[in-house]
Design a protein around this ligand. Sequence first.
Ligand code: TXA
Ligand code: MG
Length: 352
Amino acid sequence: MGVSTRILQVDPQHPAEEIIELAAQDILSGKLVAFPTETVYGLGANALDEEAVRRIFRAKGRPAEDPLIVHLSSVRELPRVARAIPALAWDLGERFWPGALTLVLPKTPQVPLAITAGLDTVAVRVPAHAVALALLRKSGVPIAAPSANRFGHTSPTTAQHVWDDLQGEVELILDGGATTIGVESTVLDLTQHPPVVLRPGGVTVEELRAHIGMVQVRQAFLSPASGRPQVSPGMLEKHYAPRARLVYVHLAEAAASLEAMRRSARQFLEEGLKVGVLILEEERGYFEDLPLRIYSLGLGADEKEAAARLYAGLRALDQEGVAVILARDLGEQGMGLAIRDRLRRAASEVVE
Ligand code: TXA
Ligand code: MG
């Protein structure tokens, strides 16, 4: 589209008033502002300005059928965008907001259909990041923001990632450093009973169950029923994908997965390809004798760290110019489920 893109450094804990003021002015005049949240960087626009919302779709190359998340500055603002709000929504908001939980609720007429892809429901959350919250408060409007990447590409966890994808498409990028959670929020559909997790993310299924009991997890990774309306339309195409061909290995035993990764790494190397692996720190020994690009997700005991490093790892290996990336399943405890979901959707090939 060819706008000039500005990056401004901002303190992630104590953002300077002048910078937030500038960013809020941009939002209120229909411009796009990328900003950090605790999950990933968002590409924000005034949610009440339909034309600005349309620009988000154009900037990302995102199909209009893929609805956006609306961000609020506090749980008290919920009635601005949602109606028929059940007690459960207030309860979850009190417990998990600000935080990495997105609730799907019936929408108010104020929310443009461009945001919800024509659905009568809206996805909403209050982000736990001082920059995002300051921007929301200062602008005084709900902000629609998908992850600030080109459609289908790995989500951004740094301002540089946003620049790499959206330079020339977004007026302002607020650089508040790397995000802490590193994968997107958990999307919970409260219009179904019991509530259904449509996308695992920063708030774990265990945490949700501990708080509200019965929660279903959408049968993930089923091939989409063709022609039928989807519950979460954004989940059909390949998402989160690096440029390299991602081979995702999910065998019953970790040892078998590592063996399969090693075998396939050797095959690709024999074909003369440049190969990268995403592994846990303690797995280096399996791969060190091969001429691979290794990116460590940290120690296996800390699946939060692995989640925080996942997207940066995919992007770093792409930067090194690898043709193939090998990664394995890390189980479904805690953030493991979100990691599985992202690798699954990003993969060109699944070995199971
Ligand atoms: O952590 C996050 O959620 C980040 C940050 C920026 O807040 N945002 C984000 O947005 O991940 P996006 O647009 O990349 O993902 C939105 C997800 C999609 O899977 C979409 O299908 C789902 O939310 N979604 C949005 N509105 C929905 C609705 N009305 N019903 C069902 N799913 C919806
Ligand atoms: Mg996204």
